[in-house]
Design a protein around this ligand. Structure first.
Ligand SMILES: [Zn+2]
Length: 260
């Protein structure tokens, strides 16, 4: 087993080295794009160098395509991939296993969903979305919103972080607000903490009270985790105020020191 693990690790390192040798994003391009992104300001030089490698891996392994005639430039690809990889910077690229494509629309896009209710009645619903993450399928994003969130950051809003947090959540086959936790983390502690904070938010909103965070988080536990991940990276102080315990669990998961 140990030998197999060593072989896999060695193979993975060799593969990563080979990708970086051929496709490492040129420094001047990386610098000119990422220095304008507020969400990355907290990273030090070592972390930025690591993020550049992860982003290069992403661009080699995933496919970012335009919809409705949108021409996807390298700047757009790096803008999406760098933010997505921020989520897995300390987790590993295997957290983005099981899917290939990112689809970029020029702006918000229309989707039609068919749902069957508990009585067996079929409902067709049309929604206008800025992002969508399919289970084992593509991530779909509105470039307008990606650009706004990346370069003109508004606390608690980041469509890329939101949709790719859903990807982490869906790794175990279902989107339920429970991504595969890292070794050493307590499943019970995570569940109890998130359950309590989610119920508290729902009760606050039901009572007509204002909440610290985006009300969309109260949609269901999967959205709760995705929205709180947005706050974790873009507005940690607001998240700490809302729930220090959820902040602590997310810090353990994303491997970010709690003191930051
Ligand atoms: Zn969502």
């Amino acid at each position: 087993m140990a030998n197999h693990f060593t072989f896999c690790t060695t193979l993975w390192r060799w593969r990563m080295r080979s990708i970086l040798k051929r496709h490492l994003i040129p420094h001047h391009i990386w610098q000119s794009i990422t220095e304008r992104m507020p969400v990355l300001r907290e990273l030090d030089a070592v972390q930025m160098a690591h993020l550049r490698k992860m982003t290069s891996w992403f661009l080699d392994q995933k496919s970012i395509n335009g919809a409705q005639g949108l021409e996807v430039t390298l700047e757009m690809k790096v803008t999406v991939a760098a933010q997505a990889c921020l989520l897995i910077l300390n987790l590993g690229v295997e957290y983005f296993d099981g899917w290939i494509e990112v689809l970029l629309y020029p702006g918000a896009f229309r989707v039609n969903h068919t749902q069957v209710d508990s009585m067996g009645v079929i409902h067709n619903e049309t929604s206008i979305l800025t992002g969508e993450s399919w289970l084992r399928g593509p991530v779909i994003l509105s470039w307008d919103n990606v650009e706004r969130d990346a370069y003109y950051c508004k606390a608690g809003h980041n469509v890329v972080l939101h949709e790719f947090a859903h990807k982490l959540d869906s790794l175990n086959g279902v989107m339920n607000g429970m991504p595969p936790l890292r070794r050493g983390m307590s499943l019970k502690r995570w569940s109890d903490t998130f359950y309590e904070a989610y119920n508290e938010l729902c009760l606050q909103l039901k009572a007509g009270e204002s909440a610290y965070i985006n009300h969309y988080a109260a949609t269901n536990p999967a959205e709760f985790y995705a929205v709180l991940s947005e706050y974790f990276f873009t507005a940690p102080d607001i998240l700490k105020k809302f729930s220090p315990d959820v902040y602590e669990q997310l810090a353990l998961f994303y491997r970010k020191p709690v003191s930051q």
